[in-house]
Design a protein around this ligand. Structure first.
Ligand code: KG4
Ligand code: ZN
Length: 362
């Protein structure tokens, strides 16, 4: 039995959680900073770090209280120390070091992106989700978040190889920018998903970038530009970049037109993701390494259309599909504490010199 406290402060969620044996969530406290960043239309790093400082200890105490666990009974303190906003990562990592040192407990640093692929393995304390939902390996992993879009060949929680990733925007980033173009509201991804569900995208031909027949990489910046032009028309020849002047503004579109374009955007994104997943399965299969499961994680795994299409893909390809429940799609500390169990059980520990890393190759 292991009891691990996880901390997560890589972006704009301040989170702490206690997980038993890497499987059962005893508590999962998250304080989202959406309201602080909303008026800027995106996360402001300095504001995020300051809010983490103010919010982290109350969140840690809430997580311990809710779990009914005293700090001295923990087996380890885990923290997402990479990748993310440096100032934000420093807050969580410093706090985890202070806790681990003062309690004489092991410290375990966790890669945030890998942790997203662990979220689907967790179940809640009430046992509402089937115990058998822990993924079986080898699995094909897809991380779709605000900062990352990548495919992985996963042999186990700590053993994953990157097969491909975005060469420009992450898919969540593309959603956030598309939400601004369509004036869908904040937080962008969620609001655009909602708007898309009321529309019909069939009248718009937005591009799907496949990057060649074999590629497992992604590109979403062309789609974003195509959406911008579909909404506002072409920029006038004399104007370029941020100062570009367009034929029309978003206010010239009806609610129906906005919803239809949102649906067309969502359809293009999800179709691209599904085609790449199917391509990866075929390539691994041809190599004698066919996966038996598909695991999806990250904020965009909350997307309604993606969840439906991945489930259909799993049925068509005979793959078990593991999608996190909605509350574990977005950033949380349960996935950090959960994955930390695998490192803890393997005897892996970090020292107090554990660095924060803004970007990783993962
Ligand atoms: O994993 P996450 O919470 O943070 C990062 O690690 O980046 O992902 C946040 C991203 C945001 O870009 C947000 O717009 C997107 O996830 N997102 C969605 C949905 N819910 C959140 N994108 C599409 N559809 C959704 N329902
Ligand atoms: Zn994330």
């Amino acid at each position: 039995m292991s009891l691990i406290l996880g901390l997560e402060t890589s972006c704009d969620e301040t989170a702490a959680a206690v997980v038993a044996d890497g499987l059962v969530i005893l508590s999962n406290a998250v304080s989202s900073q959406h309201e602080l960043h909303e008026r800027y239309g995106g996360v402001v790093p300095e504001i995020a770090s300051r809010a983490h400082v103010e919010r982290l200890w109350p969140i840690v105490n809430a997580a311990l209280d809710e779990a009914g666990v005293a700090a001295r009974d923990l087996d380890a303190v885990a923290v997402g120390n990479r990748p993310g906003l440096v100032g934000s990562l420093i807050v969580g990592t410093s706090a985890a070091k202070a806790l681990a040192w003062s309690l004489s407990k092991p410290l375990i640093g966790i890669d945030h992106v890998r942790a997203h692929l662990y979220a689907a393995a967790l179940r809640d304390n009430a046992g509402d989700r089937a115990a058998g939902s822990a993924p079986r390996y080898p699995a094909l992993g897809l991380v779709v978040s605000g900062g990352h879009t990548a495919l992985y060949d996963i042999q186990g929680p700590l053993d994953m190889t990157r097969l491909g990733g975005t060469i420009d925007d992450a898919v969540g980033e593309a959603y956030d920018k598309a939400a601004v173009i369509l004036n869908a509201g904040y937080p962008g991804g969620q609001m655009l998903d909602r708007l898309a569900q009321t529309g019909d995208g069939s009248g718009h031909a937005l591009p799907r970038s496949m990057l060649g027949r074999e590629s497992l990489d992604f590109s979403f910046s062309g789609l974003k530009t195509a959406l911008l032009y579909a909404v506002r028309g072409r920029p006038t020849r004399a104007s370029r970049g941020k100062k570009a002047e367009f034929e029309r503004s978003i206010d010239d579109l009806s609610d129906r037109q906005r919803a239809d374009l949102a649906a067309a955007f969502q359809e293009a994104v999800v179709e691209t993701l599904i085609k790449k997943l199917a391509r990866a399965v075929a390539q691994l299969d041809a190599d004698g390494r066919r996966p038996i499961s598909v695991i999806v994680g990250g904020g965009v795994s909350a997307n309604s259309l993606l969840r439906r299409r991945v489930t259909e893909l799993g049925a068509a390809e005979g793959l078990a599909v593991h999608l996190p429940p909605l509350e574990l799609c977005v950033d949380n500390a349960a996935m950090i504490a959960g994955l930390a169990h695998a490192r803890f059980a393997a005897g892996e520990r970090d020292g107090l010199s554990l660095p924060v890393v803004a970007t990783t190759a993962m």
